[in-house]
Design a protein around this ligand. Sequence first.
Ligand code: FAD
Length: 390
Amino acid sequence: MSQALCTDILIVGGGIAGLWLNARLRRLGYATVLVESVALGGGQSVKSQGIIHGGTKYALSGALTGSSEAIADMPRRWREALAGSGELDLSGVRLLSEAHYLWSPGTLAGNLTGFFASKAMRGRVDQVKGAALPPALQDARFRGKVYRLAELVLDVPSLIARLAALAGDGLLAGACIEPLREGGELVGLSVDGRAIRARRVVLCAGAGNAGLLAALGIEQPQQLRPLHMVLVKAPTLRPLYAHCLGGGTKPRITVTTHPAADGQWVWYLGGDLAEADGVARDEAAQVRAAQRELGELLPWVDLSGAEWRTLRVDRAEPAQSGLVRPDNAFLAAQGALLVGWPTKLALAPDLADRVVASLERDGIRPGDRPALPALPRPSVSPAPWDSLFA
Ligand code: FAD
């Protein structure tokens, strides 16, 4: 039987939500243990596009409301953390792009009028031309308008690795997680037979939250929104980080560019292409749809030697009516148990704020931090732009 442990806060799930929260709590002096059942970052987090949204996508549809303005402050908070002067020290995390771009291939759609007028967007959108265009759009045949947004794009694998380093000795690989109760009250969890007592247990397990909540007998409905993403790798690709606008309120495609281990760039394609119609397509049809889109939008890019892959992944969130996207990070509490979904990688700081506020409200202050014994450590997940082309 493994040695029993005691900690202030026991976190389940080593995606961006759990790892960010863990690092933030440790910085505040809390003793923490984080349990991961597969690989750090390997749920949605390393499969994300790494955009630190400031709300642009939501302003586009007129949905950036007062209640969702938490997101407008996220680029600043992340920027400070990356500079080593913020709430966490993320110096060393690779910044892929200082800006994300909004690209309208034709004339501006009417709905952009409201977008530019929106309070949250004021002073944060600049049109760019000529040499200031993203490298992949610098071609004589390029037509359209491009706006630079104050949104960063991060290399998520290096972010996960940095947060794993900030977790120190507090990471634990564990697959079988069961409630630990005393007198009917939750006092911690049993992880692969090892009892871990904690003053609070925080579930940040993404899609895994549903199973954990069911095992705890707690009702908190979750929704899964599927995506069918496309990856294309070619020696001719140049960096592009942009939402390409179609006629509707959602980007037609969202392109981010990621470094493969062999030095080539991989374009990662999401947006409308990866939503419902894309989910319904099989892999070959989805690749053909992506080839059509890129052929129409970027005809000067030579994709004759490109390799194509697709990736299916679900976004996991608290249930909303009509499968709409939730506005903010979500946290619910019941006794010693908290459960959270950031709903966006960018909103991990917002989720951590909510947990810290809940601890403060309940008078849970940092206790002693006894050294932990050597624990089996979870591995860090490889990035899809490496594993899928291996
Ligand atoms: P996850 O990253 O899924 O992590 C959950 C972790 O819990 C996993 O490591 C899993 O193995 C572990 N786990 C599960 N069950 C258990 C268990 N029983 N015991 C122990 N551990 C368990 N957001 C943005 O802000 N910007 C973007 O550009 C962006 N792009 C995206 C692109 C795609 C294709 C997708 C799918 C999402 C994107 N998102 C983006 C959303 C973002 O990725 C997620 O909101 C965020 O990563 C969720 O983080 P998480 O830590 O809650 O979940």
